[in-house]
Design a binder for this molecule. Structure first.
Ligand code: ADP
Ligand code: ADP
Length: 229
């Protein structure tokens, strides 16, 4: 069963046709990098996958689950799909540990003690266990983004979506976040990554998808992209 099927997807913002007949199939353990000019619809496309954005035509199936009319299974889909944003989107008034524990408590009904234990496991996994009691504002951008990754992983997602995860970071912090993503990829996580980091794409992607004006204009193995004349 494919991890994600996107078929004949169309989306408009008002009159603006932002996604045009987009098809994308993602197999389990596959890693897709989406690149393309600013405004080409990359972010909108991945936001449609967990229904942060609504599409108007076509279908999206995540692990065999399609969103039905009543939106009944939207929670199932969002639980299966972890998302990491450009600007971290952490709760500023919660500690790092609470940021990772709260979503588990709220949407998986995990007991607080278990949620915090699991949060610590994943903070260790992204190598910032010593920051657990701090608040996001006390961390570097790179550390905050690793908290965001840990928070998503705590929910045991089947797929991870990354929307320009390093674009808001100072250059010296990009590597620590990319390294975390590389190790996730090596563990077999299914990923869709919107990024301008072509070194990362070359190293990690099974397939690079190039978008322009709301369309997928090319989809190929990384080597075909980077060795082209
Ligand atoms: P990318 O991620 O490739 O930079 P986006 O998906 O963010 O592109 O945006 C694609 C286009 O849709 C841009 O022209 C952007 O201004 C527009 N857009 C994005 N979000 C909205 C919105 N909520 N309402 C109207 N237009 C939007
Ligand atoms: P990011 O830089 O994190 O991708 P953006 O600054 O592109 O975020 O967009 C922030 C929010 O504004 C998003 O929810 C996006 O959908 C919305 N947005 C982006 N472009 C437009 C637009 N032209 N009109 C209305 N909303 C927009």
């Amino acid at each position: 069963q494919p991890a994600i099927v996107i078929r004949n997807l169309d989306k408009w913002y008002g009159n603006y046709h932002v996604l045009r007949n987009v098809d994308l199939f993602v197999k389990p353990r596959e890693r897709i990098v989406i690149c393309g000019p600013s405004g080409s619809g990359k972010s909108t496309l991945i936001r449609c996958v967990n229904h942060l954005e609504e599409h108007q035509r076509g279908e999206i199936i995540v692990n065999g689950t399609a969103l039905n009319e009543s939106l009944k299974n939207i929670d199932t889909i969002r639980r299966d799909v972890g998302m990491v944003f450009q600007h971290f989107n952490l709760f500023p008034h919660l500690s790092v540990l609470e940021n990772c524990a709260l979503p588990q408590i709220l949407s998986r009904r995990t007991r607080r003690k278990d949620a915090e234990e699991r949060a610590m496991q994943f903070l260790e996994r992204v190598r910032i266990p010593d920051q657990a009691r701090k608040f996001p504002g006390q961390l570097s951008g790179g550390q905050q983004q690793r908290v965001a990754i840990a928070r998503a992983l705590c929910m045991a997602p089947k797929v991870m979506l990354f929307d320009e995860p390093t674009s808001a970071l100072d250059p010296e912090m990009v590597k620590e976040v990319l390294d975390t993503m590389v190790s996730l990829a090596e563990e077999g996580m299914t990923m869709i990554v919107v990024t301008h980091e072509m070194g990362f794409a070359r190293r990690v992607a099974n397939r690079v998808v190039f978008m322009d004006q709301g369309m997928i204009v090319e989809s190929n193995v990384p080597d075909a992209f980077f060795d082209a004349p």
